[in-house]
Ligand binder design. Structure first.
Ligand SMILES: NC(=O)c1ccc[n+]([C@@H]2O[C@H](COP(=O)([O-])OP(=O)(O)OC[C@H]3O[C@@H](n4cnc5c(N)ncnc54)[C@H](OP(=O)(O)O)[C@@H]3O)[C@@H](O)[C@H]2O)c1
Length: 384
C-alpha cells in the first residue's frame, strides 16, 4: 500500500542496518517534528541495542525486526532509511519503492549501472520521494561555495577540483565489509563519491568524459586505495577528483573552483589584481549569517577573503549535517515535491565514479559519460 503523504500526520520511519551512520539518521529523525522512528531492522537485536547505546541514541518505542519486509509491509512506516553495507543498497531501495515507501539511501546508491537503472526505474514507477546521503550539501562552507558560483561572482568556471582524503583503516566500524570488493565497491564508490557529488554541485557542470589512474598502498583493502580522476566538464572546463585513504594528513575535503572572475581555494576566495572582487558588495550579499568573510592574504600578500565557518573537515558521522538532509526529505514528502538530491541526481554522481573506475582499470583510457543513456528529458531533473 502506498504510504500516505497527508501533511497533517506524523510520518513513521523505519531504519535498516543499525550501525555508525544509522545512529545519526535516527538522531535527525528524532529532532524532526513530523517524524517518529517506529521500526529498527537488523540481524541481531542484542547487537542493535548495543550499537544504539554505543552511539548515544535511544528509541525505546521502536519495534525491532530481523525481516526488512516488515518495514515495507507496515502501514506505520512511510519513510525507510537504508544504512546497510553498500552491496545491499540497490535491492533494498528497489523493494522500498515497490512497497510505496519514500526513502533515504546511503551512498553509494548502486555498485554498477544495472543497479542504478533498477533503482531509477522502480522509483520512477512508484513516484516515491528519495534523498541520497550527500549531506555535505547542508554544510555551510559547501553551501556558500555553491551559492558563490551560482551567483556569478566566480564567473564562468574553468577548473574545478575536489579531494576526499580520509585515512580509513581498521578503526572504522564497517571495516570488515568496506574493504572487500563485493561489499565495499571501490574507493570512489565507498567514499570519494562525496567529492564527485561536490564537484558537480559546486561547479554546476556535468562531467562528460573521465580518465583516471589508481594505485594501492594501504594494507587490508581488496581494491586500489587511491584514485585520481581527470574530467572534461561541460562548457570546455576541466575537473579533477582525488579519492584516497593513503595519505598522512587529517581528513581533508579540499575544494577548488576557478572561474574567469575569481577563485575559491579551500578557505580562501581570491582574484587577479586586474579584476578585483567587490568585497563589500559580496559581504552584503552573503545570505549565510554563519559564514564570515574575513580579510586575508593569498600567497605573499595578494588580497583575499577567508571563509570562516563550520568546515567539512571530519570523518566522524556525528559531525555530518544529516539534519538538513532528513528535514528536506520530510518536507518533500509533506509537500509532494522532489528533493534536490534524489536518486535521479545521485545516479549521475555514481556514473562518474563507475566511469573513473572503468578508466583506471584500463590504464587511464578515457570513458565517455553518461554510462546510462537517458530515457527521457525528465532524467535531467533533480537539481533545484
Ligand atoms: N553519508 C555519509 O557521510 C556516510 C558516512 C558513513 C557511512 N555511510 C554509509 O552508511 C552505510 C553504513 O555505514 P556505517 O558506517 O554505518 O557501517 P556500519 O557501522 O558497519 O553499519 C552497518 C550496519 O549494517 C548492519 N548490517 C549488515 N548486514 C545487514 C543485513 N543484511 N541486514 C541488516 N543490517 C545489516 C550491520 O550490523 P551487524 O553486522 O551487527 O548485523 C552494521 O551495524 C554505508 O553504505 C556507508 O557507505 C555514509
Amino acid at each position: 500500500m502506498a504510504a500516505s503523504t497527508r501533511a497533517s500526520r506524523t510520518l513513521g520511519v523505519g531504519i535498516s542496518g543499525i550501525g555508525w551512520c544509522a545512529a545519526e539518521h535516527i538522531k535527525a529523525f528524532l529532532k524532526n517534528p513530523h517524524t517518529e522512528v517506529r521500526f529498527l531492522h537488523g540481524r541481531d537485536e542484542a547487537r542493535v541495542r548495543e550499537k544504539l547505546s554505543r552511539y548515544g541514541v535511544a528509541v525505546p518505542g521502536a519495534r525491532f525486526t530481523t525481516r526488512y519486509e516488515d518495514l515495507l509491509q507496515s502501514d506505520e512506516v512511510d519513510i525507510v532509511s537504508i544504512t546497510t553495507p553498500n552491496h545491499l543498497h540497490a535491492a533494498q531501495a528497489v523493494a522500498a519503492a515497490r512497497a510505496g515507501k519514500h526513502f533515504v539511501l546511503e551512498k553509494p546508491t548502486g555498485l554498477d549501472t544495472r543497479e542504478l537503472v533498477r533503482i531509477r526505474d522502480a522509483v520512477r514507477k512508484a513516484k516515491v520521494r528519495t534523498i541520497v546521503s550527500f549531506e555535505l550539501h547542508y554544510n555551510p562552507y559547501l553551501r556558500f561555495v555553491h551559492w558563490l558560483r551560482e551567483s556569478g561572482r566566480l564567473g564562468r568556471i574553468r577548473f574545478a577540483r575536489v579531494q576526499y582524503l580520509s585515512r580509513v583503516t581498521d578503526w572504522y566500524s564497517g571495516w570488515d565489509w568496506v574493504r572487500k570488493k563485493s561489499s565495499g565497491g571501490s574507493h570512489l564508490l565507498a567514499a570519494g563519491c562525496h567529492a564527485v557529488d561536490a564537484l558537480r554541485w559546486c561547479s554546476g557542470l556535468e562531467p562528460v568524459e573521465v580518465s583516471a589512474l589508481h594505485t594501492r598502498f594501504t594494507e587490508g583493502y581488496e581494491w586500489p586505495t587511491t584514485i585520481a580522476a581527470n574530467m572534461k566538464l561541460q562548457k570546455g572546463a576541466i575537473g579533477h577528483v582525488t579519492s584516497s585513504t593513503d595519505f598522512m594528513l587529517p581528513y581533508t575535503f579540499g575544494v577548488e573552483l576557478m572561474g574567469d572572475k575569481a577563485t575559491v581555494r579551500d578557505t580562501l576566495v581570491t582574484w587577479h589584481k586586474d579584476q578585483p572582487l567587490e568585497v563589500d558588495e559580496l559581504r552584503r550579499a552573503n545570505p549565510f549569517p554563519e559564514v564570515k568573510l574575513l580579510d586575508a592574504q593569498y600567497g605573499s600578500g595578494s588580497p583575499a577573503l577567508r571563509i570562516d565557518c563550520l568546515m567539512p573537515d571530519s570523518a566522524d558521522v556525528s559531525h555530518h549535517p544529516f539534519q538538513g538532509e532528513m528535514d528536506e526529505l520530510v518536507e518533500a514528502v509533506r509537500s509532494r515535491r522532489e528533493t534536490h538530491l534524489s536518486v535521479f541526481d545521485a545516479q549521475k554522481t555514481m556514473e562518474v565514479c563507475l566511469a573513473a573506475d572503468l578508466s583506471a582499470g584500463k590504464g587511464g583510457r578515457p570513458v565517455r559519460l553518461p554510462l546510462v543513456k537517458p530515457r527521457s528529458t525528465k532524467e535531467g531533473e533533480g537539481r533545484p
